[in-house]
Design a protein around this ligand. Sequence first.
Ligand code: ANZ
Ligand code: ZN
Length: 830
Amino acid sequence: QEKYSFPKIESKWQKEWLDNKAYKTEENSSKPKYYALAMFPYPSGDLHMGHVRNYSIADVIARYKRMTGHNVLHPIGWDSFGLPAENAAIKHQTPPADWTWKNIANMRRQLQEMGISYDWDREVATCHPSYYKWTQWLFLEFYKHGLVYKKKAAVNWCPSCATVLANEQVVDGGCERCDTLVTKKSLEQWFFRITDYADVLLEDLDKLPGWPEKVKTMQRNWIGRSEGVEVNFALEERPEKILVYTTRIDTVFGVSYVVLAPEHPLVLKLVKGTGYEADVLAFIEKMNGLNEIARTSTDAEKEGMFIGAYCLNPLSGKEVPIWIANYVLLEYGTGAVMGVPAHDERDFEFAAKYGLEIKTVILPEGSSPEEKELPLKAAYTEEGFMVNSGAFDGLSSQEALERMADEAERMGMGQRKVNFRLRDWLISRQRYWGAPIPMVYCDSCGTVPVPEEQLPVLLPPDVVFKSGENPLATSSSFIETTCPKCGGAARRETDTMDTFACSSWYFLRYTDPQNTQEAFSKENVNYWMNVDQYVGGVEHAILHLLYARFFTKALKDFGYLDAEEPFQNLLTQGMVCMNGSKMSKSKGNVVSPGAIIGKYGADTARLFILFAAPPERDLEWSDQGVEGCYRFLNRVWRLVAQFEPLLKADPSSSKASSDRWVKLDAEGKEMRRHTHSAIQKVTIDIGKRYNFNTAISTIMEWVNALYLYKERPNADPEVGREALEGILTLLAPIAPHITEELWRELGHTDSIHLQPWPSVDEAALVQDEVTIILQVNGKVRDRIQAAADISADELEKLALAQPKVEEFTQGKTVVKVITVPGKLVNIVVK
Ligand code: ANZ
Ligand code: ZN
């Protein structure tokens, strides 16, 4: 047999798997279904190590499930709309489609070179008309059900990308893509009404025990449910009231000012004629340009001003000055806040800066009521008992919170209210490379949805790519259309959809990817959903996962599927790092998968990436580690080669019978024990815990043990065969090419990937006799065989009765006997 020539072996099997559609999946099966899914890639050009990790993990799971008798769906596709294609178009004057399809072709080849077991007949690309037709159809379904609407909104605007961004795409006040400071702009925009689902998106997180706690926490915080009270502060000599939202009505006697968002509609009315008008207008103007993150981050300086008007505290009756400030947002709650400096950190900072009153109304349990007049060094935000609060004095703050809410409701001044931080999902993008929003504007009929039969609304080829302008707006063939209602001249919507809309349902399309009549059939989607195991990066913990959950829930409500949640189990893989920081082009610490595969092969790349760390943890790249994995595969290769003569010398050997196993010598039994305890461990590590790294080290030790066993004069060929085939089968999901090759080498005619997962022979695990070392004063004097389950007492008696031991104990006193059952007895004498 020749040496391990991975290029030949890997390309041979890849071709065979592709040609024979080895991993094709069908719905009608008697086996239980299993849907294994890795997050689909953006076709940026080349695979990176993060992809290799993501797809290797999902592939091991998919392959393992096939071998354990499941009907497995393991698809791949392309999240292929988005800005980089358009930026490349501007730079190189090539159509975004050309750039995208070229990248897809390249990355498809790279995935195939990794030997991932995809059903290639189910490949989807979100930028293909056969896909975005259905994204548009879904948009219209959401529209029909009142979950899509258009409104003028102050939106996040990236001046550099010249597009609107969702709140989720603003990171630390900057554009997620280019880091430019995001500003505010008022525009007519399309929204998905995700807030209708805020409650259920929150509650149903409890139904996902298979998700990492940290991801659920991030989603909970993003949805941000809070329970509070809306209270009215009446205005002096005006009919309007200021409605504030507070989660701490218990602090209402400590209010020293009310503060409105600068954009609040009452501000301009109230400031009129106060003499503060000019300053207030200038302040509003200044705030307009800033996004909310820049305005409200904890380290942003609190800024504000008095607007010359007063209102009345509904519970204390006190007169309260009205201010505006940067840290109050129009979009949250009611856009108005009661300022309680003594018990809120932001208010404390604000009051300290502007010399506003700081009045304590809650003291910590155990303090003396006199302390209510002492000046505070910082806001006291905990619970305690009430002071300076009229009839509520002395109550616990929790109790006061309920009673004051009751009181406000009884007086008709307020109402309990649940609030969410989650905002509706802004999906309009003023860009070309996305799914066009299927809407038409007609002067007589208004906004008219494109009828289903006219879908898809295709992206036009005749556009001009310039930065800072929406290319669709330059295509008259696209814009000019006829009204579906009246047949008159009309204009098309030129906004395209946020690409997150495309990726919110791709896992549903995979269940029925070639359907030309529907987005997916109910039968197929209900057969496959939910995704049993989803694998991807934690950077999608909020956006993608929340949107996909929203789409799934809405589509269930529309009656298109039965699943309530898209992803039953979620594995968030760690990053691939080099010298402690994430591999990235900008840091220049990238190792290209192509180079590694070229030098060592895909099996080595997969093995290393799975061996170097458990999947959730960050993984540190190591050239020696890769080298070591390559050497290990070579060792497996040689093991088979060296075993062949032994196997051939025993032509009687077919599947061994239990009879043969019983007659084995101690070493043969020991080898079988090793084999079956390894099968037991690897099965748990791969199947239950996804601890691929420890599974691999178990296999490595097993290989070592088999090398030793092979050298025994009486090595039993069948014990060897059982171990060897076990090693190959268990390694098959991790290193699919070399194991396939060696499997055939051992005389099999069918694929190793179709073999059932080996089961544990419980009888082989029983350790009937063990070798016990006998020591006297720590020196080894003898070795004996004893029953594995012998008691410590019996073992001690047995040891003391051995002639070689007696030789050294005669005439001396035994001071102590130390027994380690199954291992050794040490007799201490004087
Ligand atoms: C008075 C008060 C006293 C508050 C106190 C807190 C502590 P969550 O839990 O996030 O819902 N708030 C309300 N609307 C706001 C807005 N539009 N912009 C900025 N802040 C706003 O927080 C609710 C609390 O955030 C509310 O309770 C309000 O301040 C503030 F000792 O009211 B509180
Ligand atoms: Zn019309």
